[in-house]
Design a protein around this ligand. Structure first.
Ligand SMILES: Nc1ncnc2c1ncn2[C@@H]1O[C@H](COP(=O)(O)OP(=O)(O)OP(=O)(O)O)[C@@H](O)[C@H]1O
Length: 604
């Protein structure tokens, strides 16, 4: 059995190593920070010691000589400490932000190249929180956690030495308060942490409630459930408030209790100092004053060291989650020989291909199909038959378990990233437009796309009229629900994504219900324009079609069921044969929703 504690220790040590790697290019700055921390800690001892000198050598004997010099040293040391404090904070923040920037870019780049399965298996919210909240915890780790911890530890050491050197007896009395201090600090820390955890859970619940109810606002309005939703919100809010109050109570109690404890310790010191004086142990007034001042500097780091240690630990957990992602292997990328363009040749070829998303659960079984250049093939079948999976495999998003796949003469994984757009044009089921102008959405930010290519694609997709009607034409900003810009209808969005797929004149087009939101007349016009252009360019088109009128106009139809090819032939052949395709057509003509329950009906 694996030793889980050993495993987590080794994860921690790998995380620490990775963090050191991030900081390595900033060695010089870290050295300067270390010097400022050390010098600052040394300089901090000066003001109490100067005060001791002034009291013992000048005020008590009534000797004003040289008092101004000491006062100046006092002022200079305070200014020095504060200036070094500024330098430490500023340089630490600069270093942390620089390192974090690199980490963010590295993480984002890595996520872009992870296999698509990662996105299937991880909720989007979790991926986003790794890029935001977890990266922020690393910021806390660098800028306050480690820096604060080191500063406080150094301060503890220097102040302890100064206290012992000043008066071993008073140092001994001070040491008496350390155990109860640590005990109280720890007890508070545990309670505050628990309360904060409860608070975070409650806030999470609140966010989930808000997200769900605002996301489903149309359903809530349609069914008149507003009062119930508000009542539920009140309940969730009560929980949040309770958790917050608990956390606020402990946080508010902590500082006064610590201050009282410090006052008790100082009382003890004063009493100790007076007792020592009575027993003729030499403790001057200056020593006692300097000691009390030093003790305050000793007390603060002791109370914050525990908190900082806690911060470091929880920040390490955030860092761990980032490095877990960075450790995942990325997909190997095919390289293009610089300057040479690979020529796409041929259409689509799938031979004896088997694939599934989970081990031992194939969703496609021994599929063989071919789409020749210039040919339009429609893939039909009921929901869940495996149509989109075939398109995803052809698009190179997944790797088949067995068999051969070729797109325009190449395995989709061997097509270099920069060549991909000339090989494959994809219009997925879910249309994705990005924040930006219409032109940026069409060219996906590729500045090398010639204007004529955009115009040609826009013409085929039939969106010229739409773009001209927009307030700034191609420069109109598209709104995705936030910010300024125009809101497009689902059909308009789909037509833009059709045009996008055509811009690079790809050898193969993969349409996954690409015209489902477009009205029949626009769809027919698009199909005509596309087919006329396709026969000229000898492009291979594979369309997933739920609307059977689309399939009827294809050169060939493939009927898929439960991951198996059931029928294939020209629409006329299949209708004549009177098999599954013919039955589906009949069902559709009768107004039946064959997509969901066709197989039962057809089988019977
Ligand atoms: N990302 C995924 N992870 C796991 N299983 C998946 C994934 N995508 C699809 N599946 C499963 O694979 C099977 C085939 O799904 P696929 O999306 O290819 O069907 P489809 O024929 O395109 O359906 P539809 O017509 O509804 O789009 C289904 O059982 C589905 O649950």
């Amino acid at each position: 059995m694996p030793d889980s504690r050993g495993e987590s220790t080794s994860i921690r040590s790998t995380t620490r190593q990775q963090l050191l790697v991030i900081l390595a290019p900033r060695k010089l700055r870290i050295l300067v920070i270390a010097i400022t921390i050390l010098t600052g800690a040394g300089l901090e001892l000066v003001p109490p010691l100067v005060l001791k000198q002034i009291i013992d050598n000048h005020l008590t004997p009534g000797n004003p000589q040289g008092i101004w010099g000491l006062a100046f040293v006092y002022l200079a040391s305070v200014v020095g400490v504060q200036s070094l404090g500024f330098l430490t904070s500023y340089l630490t923040a600069l270093t942390a932000q620089g390192a974090l920037n690199d980490l963010r870019v590295r993480l984002y780049r890595h996520l872009q190249h992870l296999p698509i399965q990662y996105y299937d298996q991880n909720p989007l919210g979790d991926i986003i929180s790794r890029c935001t909240a977890d990266v922020d915890t690393v910021d806390t780790l660098f800028s306050s956690g480690v820096a604060g911890l080191v500063t406080d530890l150094v301060r503890l050491v220097t102040v302890s030495f100064a206290m012992i050197a000043l008066s071993p007896i008073l140092a001994l009395i001070s040491a008496l308060v350390v155990p109860p201090l640590l005990w109280i600090t720890n007890a508070f820390r545990v309670r505050i942490r628990d309360a904060e955890r409860k608070n975070r859970i409650a806030v999470g619940l609140l966010n989930t409630h808000l997200q769900e109810t605002f996301g489903g606002v149309e359903v809530i309005r349609a069914f008149g459930r507003e009062p119930v939703i508000v009542a539920r919100f009140r309940l969730v809010l009560e929980k949040t408030l309770k958790a917050y109050n608990l956390s606020a109570k402990f946080s508010a109690l902590y500082t006064p209790i610590m201050q009282i404890l410090m006052a008790i310790a100082i009382t003890l010191l004063l009493w100790g100092g007076a007792q020592a004086g009575l027993h003729k142990v030499e403790i001057s007034l200056g020593t006692l004053t300097a000691f009390v001042l030093l003790f305050k500097r000793f007390f603060d780091p002791i109370t914050s060291v525990g908190e900082e240690w806690q911060t470091v630990q929880s920040a390490l957990s955030g860092a761990e989650r980032i490095f877990q992602v960075l450790d995942l292997p990325v997909e190997e990328e095919a390289m293009s020989e610089s300057g040479t363009h690979i020529k796409p040749t041929g259409g689509i070829l799938v031979n004896d291909m088997t694939f599934g998303y989970f081990e031992d659960q194939p969703v496609l079984n021994h599929v063989t199909l071919k789409v020749a250049p210039g040919e339009h093939v429609a893939l039909v079948g009921r929901t869940g038959a495996g149509k989109s999976s075939i398109l995803n495999l052809l698009g190179g998003l997944y790797t088949p378990w067995q068999g051969v796949i070729q797109v325009a003469g190449l395995d989709p994984h061997q097509i270099p990233e920069i060549e991909r757009r000339r090989f494959i044009g994809v219009v997925p089921q879910a249309v994705q437009l990005f924040s930006g102008s219409v032109l940026e959405n069409l060219t996906l930010g590729d500045p090398d796309v010639p204007e004529e290519a955009v115009e040609r694609a826009v013409h085929i997709a039939g969106v010229e009229g739409l773009i001209q009607s927009l307030p700034k034409g191609y420069d109109t900003q598209i709104s995705n629900g936030a910010g300024e810009g125009v809101q497009l209808s689902s059909g308009q969005r789909q037509m833009l994504s059709l045009a996008r797929a055509l811009i690079w004149d790809p050898a193969v087009l993969l349409f996954d219900e690409a015209t489902s939101a477009i009205d029949s007349a626009s769809e027919a016009a698009f199909r005509q324009a596309l087919l006329a252009e396709t026969s000229r360019h000898q492009r291979a088109i594979l369309t997933v079609a739920h609307r059977l009128s689309t399939a009827r106009e294809a050169d060939r139809v493939i009927v898929l069921e439960n991951g198996l090819i059931l029928e294939t032939g020209t629409p006329a052949e299949l209708i004549h044969k009177g098999g599954r395709f013919a039955a589906l057509l009949e069902l559709e003509a009768a107004g039946w929703d064959w997509r969901a329950d066709a197989s039962d009906t057809v089988n019977s």
